[in-house]
Design a protein around this ligand. Structure first.
Ligand code: AMP
Length: 401
């Protein structure tokens, strides 16, 4: 990797600002009464190797993250207190939470830290300057530490103060172990994939993913498209799709992308059948051929023939990358395409990389996460990286040379 890694730093007795993505789902009755709990601690577990490495190396760790969208003002609903508690349980030692992330009180708390100890700062987004990437705020954060480590790959597509501007005042800026693993796994797809390389895209919105489709066409051996986004492509090909999700202003671009795939000789697999229902809320579905979608119904999952074709297309693949569910997998009648595809990706023998909250949830639901080559913690950053865009949080890290 071209960027400095945390393992290359001498951490003994140094104050390390560790930016992590601890933005986890919370559940519980009353946040104010401290009753909220971490509902899914995968992101906390993912940062443990870096955290423990820093602690064992004798660093004084100042851990920072955002949580939710508190609109730039303190709000107990978005306090990191439940995160501090769960992290303490995972580490086997209490993780104290500072009352804020900048200012004299926080600086005093940092002065009390001993080597090997960790202090969690309160939600960075309680200050609007965080998302504004404001230099003075970044400087106030930088004052707390001697070194910077970024392990928040899932937030690396955001030019925020604790991710980008802080590196102007605190150096070296190194990649954490999770950041490094994510960059290596995703880099393996873009830079030196074992071929054939098959990409699978799904999810609701075609507008979010057209740029990605265009970028991937130059790199993949075949592309499979399911989910709501497939219907804009099917419309571009002249199919009637009933009330299925279509973005009319993207039809022309979808047509151009398909023409481009044709020129490049990259096969694009689209659904040949679909499971239709009355709405995304309904609990009954039936499979129909793609030419037989009734006017008043919507396609809410790929059908069994499409799943069989996609499974076939994955056979022999050496690398597979997947983002976005094949249907409204949250509802049982429309989950079979996504769960079936999860099993197909897991069983096809390729080095597979899967990213995005829904897709990762489907992998877990199908019980196949152990058979996936790499499960990314990121959604937006995963897509932007695959689009070939430079991620501000990665660019800002210190070059190894
Ligand atoms: P995205 O955030 O764009 O990846 O979209 C994920 C969402 O797409 C999930 O909540 C799915 O329920 C939804 N979805 C997938 N397929 C369809 C479809 N055919 N029609 C409507 N929504 C869909």
């Amino acid at each position: 990797m071209a960027k400095l890694s945390v393992e290359e730093l001498d951490l003994e007795g140094r104050r390390v600002f560790l930016r992590a993505d601890l933005n986890v789902p919370l559940a519980g009755p009353q946040p104010e009464a401290g009753e909220w709990r971490v509902a899914d601690d995968s992101r906390l577990r993912a940062v443990l190797p870096t955290l423990q490495h820093c602690m064992k190396s004798g660093a004084l760790v100042i851990l920072a993250s955002h949580l939710g969208r508190p609109k730039g003002t303190p709000d107990p609903k978005y306090s990191l207190a439940p995160v501090a508690r769960r992290l303490g349980e995972l580490l086997g030692q209490p993780v104290p939470l500072a009352p804020d992330c900048v200012g004299e009180v926080v600086e005093a708390r940092v002065r009390q830290l001993e080597p090997g100890q960790v202090l969690l700062l309160e939600n960075l987004r309680f200050h609007p300057e965080e998302e504004g990437n404001v230099p003075a705020f970044a400087q106030a954060l930088a004052r707390l530490a001697d070194l910077y480590v970024n392990d928040a790959f899932a937030a690396a597509h955001r030019a925020h103060a604790s991710i980008e501007a802080i590196t102007r005042y605190l150096s070296p800026a190194a990649a954490g172990l999770l950041m490094r693993r994510e960059l290596e796994a995703l880099g393996r797809i873009l830079e030196r994939p074992e071929r054939p390389l098959v990409a699978i895209l799904g999810g609701a919105k075609v507008s979010d993913k057209l740029a990605l489709v265009e970028h991937l066409l130059e790199r993949v051996d075949s592309l499979l498209i399911g989910g709501g986004m497939a219907f804009t492509f099917l419309t571009a090909l002249g199919h009637g799709v009933g009330r299925s999700l279509v973005e009319p202003e993207r039809i022309e671009m979808a047509r151009q992308v398909l023409a481009q795939a044709n020129r490049l000789g990259v096969p694009v697999g689209l659904p040949v059948d679909t499971v239709v229902g009355e709405s995304t809320e309904c609990n009954e579905g039936r499979a129909v051929g793609i030419r037989e979608i009734p006017d008043q119904l919507m396609g809410l999952d790929i059908g069994p023939q499409t799943l069989a074709r996609f499974t076939q297309a994955l056979r022999g693949a050496k690398t597979a990358v997947w983002n976005g569910p094949m249907g409204v997998f949250e509802r049982p009648p429309f989950s079979q395409g996504t769960l079936g595809l999860a099993r197909a990706v897991a069983m096809c023998g390729a080095f597979s990389v899967v990213g995005g909250g829904d897709t990762v949830a489907a992998i877990h639901q199908a019980g196949v996460s152990g058979k996936i080559g790499y499960v990314s913690t990121a959604g937006g950053a995963f897509l932007e990286f695959l689009e070939g865009r430079a991620l501000p949080g990665v660019v800002a890290l210190t070059d190894r040379s």
